[in-house]
Write a protein of this length. Structure first.
Length: 438
């Protein structure tokens, strides 16, 4: 019986009359997506669109790309020899020249246009972009953010030198967060839709000898520094667009800058307040407002020349919780100042003192004392070998809610065996006082 049943079961199985639970198939191991192998080129292998330069590659003809342009590896040199790399255009296109996570790469003598961004440096360090023209990148219809000519992000110690960046759909040059110690020098950034040179969230930036001129969006600053620490900005020219220091920026020194139709602005960004910044020996001409401070404090404008502030010389706006305070040293705009009730403008002038004896000889080591109109001591010092003191920057007036005038000042010089002399000084401009000790 047992053998009969076994035979029947076997026959039924063969004929498919017995229903059995299906066997579960094993879960397949996912196959990783293949990583695209970069197409390496350079030296003996000519570079085409999408290639990655190793060694040195000098272009002998233009490149027209439907996708990405060229990328560089560490230490690579791309010399376009004046040729143009052209992309398909639009905000979603790829990068024209990409320098990503590499060190010591060089891009030079290139023209790049029609990409999402002309040149993109991301991570890495010590790369150089020289004599590059980056133009008409991004989407000219929508002006979506990110349509930059040259863009640096989270990459340190890079140099942008002698470039020409113009007519891009968003910013000209963007130096982004973490891009510490970037140098931008001898470069022109003009007629880009928004900011011409935007520096954001980094430290130790050096901007020297650049020419900046605003483009279509007139509300955008030509030079915009936000949340920046310790930047050194010198000998730049700015036309038709403000110089704006914004957010938590501190320790910025801007000097010897020519501004035409361009004012100086210190602007808080929420509770992030710019402070401890200095604009030195610069010229402001034909600006709507020569100096503006929006809830910014402890910023100084020193020895600047102001010409034709068409609306106002100094404007300060603030609130009870976020006051505004600016110091003008050595010069002040020629026309009206507009301060709200929580704002303070400190006006400081240079005072030079020379002490001589009755024969006109300089007196070294003379004690010099300066007191204000209220009898409060302002300065106590001694004359040097040439009979002069180091130039004193003397607070002459506080305007705004704590309005107070400290001038005239009383200046006294004396030295035992030589004599004493004193005079009153109305300090409403930079002045030099000569005291004859008798």
């Amino acid at each position: 019986m047992t053998q009969l049943m076994l035979a029947y079961s076997l026959a039924a199985l063969l004929l498919g009359v017995v229903e059995c639970e299906p066997l579960l198939a094993a879960t397949p191991t996912p196959t990783p997506s293949p990583t695209a192998t970069p197409v390496l080129c350079g030296s003996s292998v000519p570079c085409q669109c999408g290639g990655t330069v190793v060694g040195k590659f000098t272009m002998t003809a233009d490149l027209s790309c439907n996708g990405a342009g060229l990328a560089l590896s560490s230490g690579a040199v791309l010399d376009c020899a004046g040729h143009t790399i052209t992309g398909p255009g639009g905000a979603t296109s790829q990068f024209g020249i990409l320098v990503s996570q590499v060190t010591g790469a060089t891009v030079r003598n290139c023209r790049v246009t029609g990409f999402r961004r002309g040149v993109r440096i991301a991570s890495g360090s010590r790369n150089q972009v020289a004599n590059v023209e980056a133009f008409a990148n991004g989407d000219p219809a929508t002006h979506r953010q990110g349509g930059y000519g040259i863009d640096i992000g989270s990459s340190t110690d890079n140099v942008i030198d002698s470039c020409n960046v113009h007519d891009n759909a968003d910013e000209g040059i963007h130096v982004g967060g973490g891009s510490d110690r970037t140098i931008v020098q001898n470069t022109s950034s003009m007629f880009n839709y928004r900011e011409q040179l935007y520096v954001l969230g980094n430290s130790g930036t050096v901007l020297a000898g650049n020419r900046l001129q605003s483009g279509q969006q007139t509300s955008s600053a030509a030079l915009f520094l936000k949340d920046v620490t310790g930047a050194q900005v010198s000998q730049n020219g700015i036309w038709n667009g403000n110089l704006e220091i914004r957010g938590s920026s501190t320790g910025i020194v801007i000097q010897d800058t020519l501004q035409i139709a361009s004012g100086i602005r210190f602007v808080a960004d929420g509770t992030n307040v710019p402070s401890g910044n200095t604009v030195l020996r610069s010229q402001v001409a034909q600006a709507f407002e020569c100096v503006r401070s929006n809830s910014a404090v402890n910023n100084s404008v020193v020895d600047c020349v102001f010409q034709s502030c068409t609306s106002a010389g100094v404007v300060e706006t603030s609130s009870i919780t976020q006051p505004a305070e600016t110091t003008l040293i050595g010069a002040r705009p020629p026309n009206v100042t507009n301060l709200d009730q929580n704002s303070t403008l400190q006006i400081v002038w240079h005072l030079d003192v020379t002490a001589t004896d009755s024969l006109g000889r300089p007196v070294a080591g003379a004690d010099v004392m300066i007191t204000d109109r209220y009898g409060q001591g302002v300065l106590k010092t001694q004359t040097a070998v040439d009979g002069t003191i180091a130039t004193a920057d003397v607070l002459s007036r506080i305007a705004g809610t704590p309005h107070k005038v400290f001038s005239p000042f009383h200046v006294t010089a004396s030295k035992s065996g030589v004599g004493t002399a004193s005079t009153a000084v109305l300090l409403n401009k930079n002045k030099t006082v000569r005291l004859i000790l008798k």
